[in-house]
Write a protein that binds this ligand. Sequence first.
Ligand code: SAH
Length: 355
Amino acid sequence: MQALKGQNDTSPLIGMELSDLRDALGPEQPSFRARQVFDALYRQQVADLSQISTLPQVLRQQLLTSFQTGLPVIEKLYRSIDGTQRYLLRLADNRTVESVLMPEEGRDTICISSQVGCPVDCKFCLTALMGLERNLTAGEIVGQVLMVARENALKAAENRLNVVMMGMGEPLLNLENVLKATRLLTEKAGMALSPRRITISTAGIVPKMQELGRAPVRPKLAVSLNASTEEQRRELMPITRKFHLKELMAACREYPLRPWEKLTFEYVLLKDVNDSEADARRVVKLLAHLNAKVNLIALNPGPGIPFGSPSPERVHAFQEIVRRAMPCFLRRPRGRDIFAACGQLKRVNQDLVSL
Ligand code: SAH
């Protein structure tokens, strides 16, 4: 039996685009075979290569000896009382990342990671404490969606599935793989997610925002603002020392929005730090001339995080000021009890402490 191009049962198929699959199968296979494998991996979401029933037995055997799917393995699953699920997923090199499923009336959102750990070092985020371990491959990014969708029988075709790259990591520091993953998630012959249903969130890596804007297939963009002055942003998000607030705002003004699109700004409210009415007014001034909406997030606390969460009254007052100028929503915390909420992903897998 002729061997295929994979390297002795370690090469992952998930992450390959159609042209990669054609190369992997080799010139002796007719090109529709690559389409059948693509369909099986991304549309039918098979977990086992021997189950690709459209392929002849011999080819199935060859695939099995030369490749693996590359799907992550569920190491642990935590379920919140609010329905949120946090997945601890094991990758081929035994590192782990987290993905979160947030089911809601009318829509399901899967929050996925783009890196193992994160280099950005935001002072209010638990993931920062891990530092950066490595980038995820496109296959590992897509694999999170495939795994969580499979486990919960979620179908993009029903138009209720959303994917947000807001888990561990800074997606714009792994842009090439993030864009390849986006192409795979949106490919009509595969999962067929609309680009309108995929969002990436950035701490504000200015040159990469420009590169993202030029990509033909790209997700929606959210920017983590989190402060309204240069000085405060620098303190809370040290990486922004390199990418100043002024430059970030210029990049936002120049960002090529599609006709249906708004720029989303996220703002984590930290008690007595950035939650005053003066802060809210400065946010309005910064964003006034943009086609923007704002998502407020009251801090999700965590061990070692030196900030508190503002009172609901304070959050409300802040929201009212911003809302007079542009759409402004309050992000409901999901899965705080299982460390699944924004800023809480740190692979907490000891017995969960109550907050
Ligand atoms: N690195 C990207 C992706 C992470 S997204 C980014 O910075 O945008 C995570 C979102 O959760 C960001 O908007 C971040 O500001 C917010 N966040 C981080 N820690 C948080 C916490 N403890 N409570 C609430 N939101 C937090």
